[in-house]
Design a protein around this ligand. Structure first.
Ligand code: CP3
Length: 359
């Protein structure tokens, strides 16, 4: 009996109070939690001021600065979660790829992968060595937000999305180099995605170890680049392995696979606890496809924040109506906020979700 009492007390202690974490576990919430993809960034004048003085990689690698940027939107709006300020690409540097962000041109890899030998030369060093700035930023933010009961989210890129940058050398519209490599060198492709899984799983586990209370995996480009059969053959096994490894973190994992509409159920079934929904399907339709027993996050079109308030409000209400007050909905956008977003629309959005869903 004494043993039973102890485990009950423990169970009570670990049930979270933060609405975001409760929704990730499909526990009842006092109101729908809300946070926004790319909630820290160029639409904020405070962020632009910091960028005048520091490069993006400097912001990311300096723990105090990364923590400060992470907290900017939390201090400005009543958001229910903070996502650590970083990017999906810096972990590639530790593997041996040269990364820079070119103004107006996005990310650039100076030595993109173009041979099977280049794949074999990639390293898989531990995140504690290569991503210590982000891990320390998580520790700082966690300390800062613990008293406010706002959870910290860590994140990483999924293997296909990272492989596409590593092979293309930057952003791409058609992913031809990536797909040519994937089709012509299937064994090296497997080794490449295997290494990316090793590094990202270790990085995600390290972020949880540093205090991240949830983890999000961004697969931004597999759905845009590949048909269903290629996804199942060349990507899904690696995503499955990644989610299986990251489950050991013991925190909710969000599977955000952008643009996979035609095979959303297949992408969701690779793993993760919560399914991040992009904006291409109405929320109720998408939720049914992934299963109503899975918590979901999404799915407002981020361009709605560029619309007049009455249009934006209508679209927020539509997402909430389609969620129908069901347990396990985290309100979010279906892709990152754009730099043109008026901060006032973020403020009104957050206030409206709060007001509409509070008892
Ligand atoms: O607030 C947050 O959401 C955390 C920060 C965050 C950034 N990048 C900061 C950033 C997150 C979660 C990311 C993820 C990311 N980065 C993804 C996956 C999500 C998605 O949008 O699909 C991808 C594909 C990238 C790669 C990337 N980073 C590109 C293509 C670019 C250039 C284009 C752009 O949006 O500027 C970046 C740069 C970047 N990452 C910026 C920020 C705030 C802009 C940098 C600046 O200040 O100049």
């Amino acid at each position: 009996m004494a043993v039973q009492d102890v485990s009950d007390a423990h169970a009570v202690e670990i049930e979270p109070t933060a609405p975001f974490l409760r929704a990730c576990l499909r526990l009842p919430v006092e109101r729908t939690p809300v946070w926004l993809l790319r909630q820290a960034g160029r639409y904020q004048p405070e962020y632009r001021a910091l960028r005048e003085k520091h490069s993006l990689l400097e912001l990311i690698r300096t723990p105090e600065l990364a923590a400060e940027v992470t907290l900017l939107p939390i201090d400005s709006f009543d958001l229910d979660a903070a996502i650590v300020f970083s990017d999906i690409l810096p972990p590639l540097v530790g593997m041996g790829l040269d990364l820079e962000f070119v103004k107006g041109d996005g990310p650039r890899i100076g030595n993109p992968i173009s041979s099977t030998r280049a794949v074999d030369l990639l390293g898989t060093p531990p995140a504690e060595e290569t991503m210590s700035g982000t891990l320390e930023a998580i520790r700082i933010v966690r300390r800062e937000l613990e008293p406010r009961d706002v959870p910290v989210i860590g994140f990483a890129g999924a293997p296909f999305t990272l492989a596409s940058y590593a092979i293309e050398g930057g952003s791409s519209k058609d992913f031809t180099r990536t797909k040519a490599f994937m089709f012509s060198e299937p064994a090296a492709w497997k080794r490449l995605l295997g290494k990316l899984v090793t590094v990202q799983a270790d990085y995600l586990l390290a972020q949880a170890g540093a205090g991240a209370q949830a983890l999000q995996v961004f697969d931004s480009w597999a759905g845009r680049a590949l048909g269903r059969e290629d996804y199942l053959r060349y990507v899904a096994p690696h995503n499955r392995e990644l989610y299986a490894m990251v489950a050991a973190a013991g925190v909710p994992v969000i599977n955000f696979s952008l643009g996979v509409g035609a095979y959303l159920a297949d992408a969701a079934s690779c793993g993760g606890d919560v399914v991040g929904l992009d904006w291409t399907l109405p929320l109720d339709d998408a939720w049914e496809r992934v299963g109503l027993d899975r918590p979901v996050q999404g799915n407002l079109d981020p361009a709605a924040l560029l619309a007049p308030w009455r249009e934006l409000r209508f679209r927020i209400d539509d997402v909430l109506d389609r969620a129908g007050g069901r347990a396990g909905h985290v309100f979010n956008v279906g892709h990152g906020l754009t730099p043109q977003t008026p901060p006032d629309n973020v403020r009104r959005l957050v206030a409206h979700v709060l007001e509409r869903t509070s008892p």
